[in-house]
Design a protein around this ligand. Structure first.
Ligand SMILES: [Zn+2]
Ligand SMILES: [Zn+2]
Length: 267
């Protein structure tokens, strides 16, 4: 975990007023914040669907692997967010995408400051990513690894350039169904600008049956609007679910920790 701030980084400006990160600004789009862990959840300014949230760590880490490394409190917060998400947006499932840009000299994604995209999909995006990256995998520029569980995104990935994929299904109960986690280690650029966002847009466009051009998912064209407003209506419900989950894990914690299953673990 680092606390350094980077100049001209929207996500380093969390908590400051103004139109940071689009309009409405990031502070106005906060779903939940945790002063203890300095993690927070925000509505994405250019959602691919209602319910598109971001989990952001304060401190300008380049990967969530670095932001979460060695912090039991931060992982517990992640678990509470996972549960709250599935309770707030029931029936949609949860897919997490991250472009970790550690060790990369150039960028091909939105903002390099470590963040996860929390997306209301069950498992639909996996195939798109595999199709996108298959040529690079065949050429040896991308290596795909399955992780045993979420916490296997450990120190080894802090400085790497990677794409993280996790899908969880729809049940908010711990490890039911178990999460599936893959990391694609990248020695090449991702094939589209704002790659994580493009995956959701292309899936959604495909479902509607209309083709989508690269410009159609440019964030500036989609920023704000009705999808953000619809997402924001769930803000208080989500915050209540996070608080309830945190309270439960804290009160369960003494003496019960050893038996607590890793919520994001594969059974
Ligand atoms: Zn930053
Ligand atoms: Zn992003």
């Amino acid at each position: 975990m680092t606390n350094a701030r980077a100049e001209n980084c929207d996500f380093c400006e969390i908590g400051h007023d103004g139109l940071v990160g689009g309009d409405p600004g990031l502070a106005a789009r906060q779903f939940h914040g945790d002063p203890g862990t300095e993690l927070g959840v925000y509505a994405d300014i250019a959602p691919v669907k209602a319910g598109h949230l971001l989990l952001i760590a304060s401190g300008h880490d380049l990967t969530m692997a670095a932001a979460l490394a060695g912090s039991e409190e931060r992982w517990r917060y992640v678990d509470a967010v996972r549960e709250a998400y599935l309770r707030t947006f029931p029936g949609d499932g949860l897919t997490i995408l991250e472009h970790g840009s550690g060790g990369m000299g150039h960028r091909h994604d939105c903002i390099e400051h470590a963040h996860w995209h929390l997306l209301p999909f069950e498992c639909e995006l996996k195939e798109i990513i595999d199709d996108d990256l298959r040529p690079a995998m065949a050429a040896g520029h991308v290596r795909k690894s399955r992780l045993s569980d979420m916490r296997a995104l450990d120190d080894r990935y802090c400085e790497r350039n990677y794409l993280l994929y996790l899908d969880h299904g729809k049940d908010p109960a711990p490890a039911s169904p178990p999460a599936r986690v893959w990391v694609y280690s990248l020695e090449t650029s991702l094939p589209y600008q704002q790659y994580t966002r493009s995956v959701g847009y292309r899936y959604t466009a495909g479902v509607k049956g209309s083709p989508v051009s690269t410009l159609d998912w440019d964030w500036a064209l989609h920023a704000g609007g009705e999808l953000v407003q619809r997402t924001m209506t769930r803000q208080h419900e989500f915050a209540g679910h996070v608080d309830a989950a945190l309270e439960r894990t804290v009160s369960d914690a003494p003496g019960a920790m050893a038996d607590t299953p890793s919520i994001l673990a594969i059974a």
